[in-house]
Design a protein around this ligand. Structure first.
Ligand SMILES: *[C@@H]1O[C@H](CO)[C@@H](O)[C@H](O)[C@H]1NC(C)=O
Ligand SMILES: *[C@@H]1O[C@H](CO)[C@@H](O)[C@H](O)[C@H]1NC(C)=O
Ligand SMILES: [Zn+2]
Length: 443
């Protein structure tokens, strides 16, 4: 259940969140025409890394134009780009989206399926129930520590980035769409530092409780915002909030948006540091145990960039990763064999414009694709092909006009509903409230 005192914790904190839109990052800023050159390994490169884009003119990250086409809260399933809905309908008609019943839950409690439905059976295979679908990534390769952080970007993201850069580490950042809207500076700092950006849904719901269109909105808008904020990179990986996915959700992610699922094999519960659910000492002991244990399989540890304390927990454990001889690597790089976007190797290398991509074959030329079988899953006669969907990931949405849509569907927590009741709040504060809901209510 959602403890009532968290509401009192959340609100003062939310109103203390500073405005975050004062700095605008223009990712399309051109390099000077004359030579401006430093050797590749010069330390100054760390300060001035630039990520080339796909040539499309995207609005500057943090600008009103950049954010205005995206939902401010829970996506309205009736206002999705037609291309996404058509692709979903075609995939359903082709039998590619299993007809698994929606689960139900109360916030903070594992979702349950209707009576008679086996969450561990081959039809459902719910990750909440630790059913491991062979296409999902739960383990790192032997000897590897897959580094990744959920729920950003947030105010403590810079502290994490600084630590990663000092230690020459790259991580995967599983980001929440509304948090990107609320913290554009922290988003751009993550991307520009070379971090791998992956999707963690738009508003962090239990995905198996949503209907197909709601799943579509949660994943589509997040991919589209990441695309529009990274010079056109389309994310290749997503992580379900609470680890809640099943065959239906997994299929929508993969068939429509090309998203592959990354779970984890150890959980620090660091998200509950703020509320006394765990302590630094407990996390340190767990980390010590895992990191001094067997190196097969490799480790994927669930961690968050959601608070100073959770970032600190990683910093405290980091020396153990090294002293125990693990190879730390961004978990998306491990899962993708170095390729962390659908159409780009990583945040620092060039982008294949989505417009020239064919079906799901949108990995940079010369890079082997791990998803060789799925081209045949979408019949060539079925409109539209995935390439059409990819082209239209950036499609703008009819403006919804108000934040009131927050209460429309599957409000994730009681606190989020509370966010919605005060209609006098500015949009930023509404997002901040939702963000703090994220912080206080879930892993
Ligand atoms: C991973 O990438 C390396 C280097 O690009 C390549 O040699 C290797 O065959 C790839 N492995 C797989 C499983 O694709
Ligand atoms: C994404 O960027 C493209 C290119 O600037 C733009 O046409 C599109 O409307 C943007 N998408 C949204 C939802 O704002
Ligand atoms: Zn999360």
């Amino acid at each position: 259940m959602f403890p009532a005192f968290l509401l009192f914790f959340s609100l003062p904190f939310a109103s203390a969140v500073p405005a975050t839109r004062d700095h605008v990052h223009n990712i399309n800023h051109p390099l000077p025409a004359t030579s401006w050159y430093l050797p590749r390994d010069h330390p100054a490169n760390d300060l001035f890394k630039r990520a080339p884009g796909d040539g499309v003119n995207y609005a500057p990250v943090g600008s009103p134009t950049w954010s205005s086409g995206f939902p401010q809260s829970t996506p309205d399933p009736n206002k999705l780009p037609a291309e996404w809905v058509n692709a979903l309908n075609a995939a359903v008609a082709a039998g590619k989206i299993p007809n698994v019943p929606q689960s139900t839950n109360t916030p903070g409690v594992n979702p349950v399926y209707p009576q008679g439905v086996n969450p561990n059976g081959p039809e459902v295979c719910s990750a909440t129930y630790k059913c491991r679908h062979p296409e999902d990534i739960w383990d790192a390769p032997p000897n590897y520590f897959g580094t990744g952080f959920d729920d950003g970007p947030l105010p403590d993201t810079p502290k994490l980035l600084q630590f990663l850069q000092q230690n020459h580490e790259t991580a995967t950042h599983f980001m929440i769409g509304v948090n990107i809207l609320a913290y554009p500076q922290q988003f751009s700092a993550t991307f520009e530092s070379g971090g791998d950006i992956a999707a963690h849904t738009w508003t962090h719901p239990y995905m198996t409780t949503l209907n197909n269109l709601e799943v579509l909105g949660q994943l589509g808008w997040t991919s589209a915002l990441i695309k529009n904020s990274t010079g056109g990179r389309i994310p290749r990986f997503w992580r379900p909030p609470y680890g809640d996915s099943d065959n239906r959700v997994r299929a929508i992610a993969k068939e429509i948006f090309g998203l592959e699922t990354i779970l984890w094999n150890q959980d620090t519960r660091d998200w509950s540091l703020l509320t006394g659910g765990t302590t630094q000492a407990t996390i340190h002991n767990s980390m010590q145990q895992w990191l001094s244990g067997p190196k097969t399989p490799g480790l994927i540890v669930l961690e968050h960039e959601s608070s100073d304390q959770s970032v600190q927990a990683f910093m405290d454990a980091y020396p153990l990763i090294k002293s125990n001889g693990w190879n730390a690597m961004s978990v998306a790089q491990l899962a993708g064999n170095g390729t962390t976007y659908r159409n780009a190797k990583d945040s620092m290398s060039s982008v294949t414009p989505a417009g020239i991509l064919v079906d799901d074959d949108i990995v940079p030329s010369g890079t082997p694709s791990s998803s060789s079988s799925s081209s045949s899953l979408v019949p060539s006669s079925a409109p539209p092909s995935r390439s059409t969907v990819m082209q239209t990931l950036g499609q703008s949405q009819t403006p919804t006009g108000s934040g009131n849509s927050l209460a429309a569907t599957n409000t994730p927590t009681e606190s989020a509903a509370l966010c919605n009741t005060d209609t006098t709040w500015s949009r930023t504060l509404l997002l901040a409230c939702l963000t703090v809901t994220v912080l206080s209510a879930w892993p």
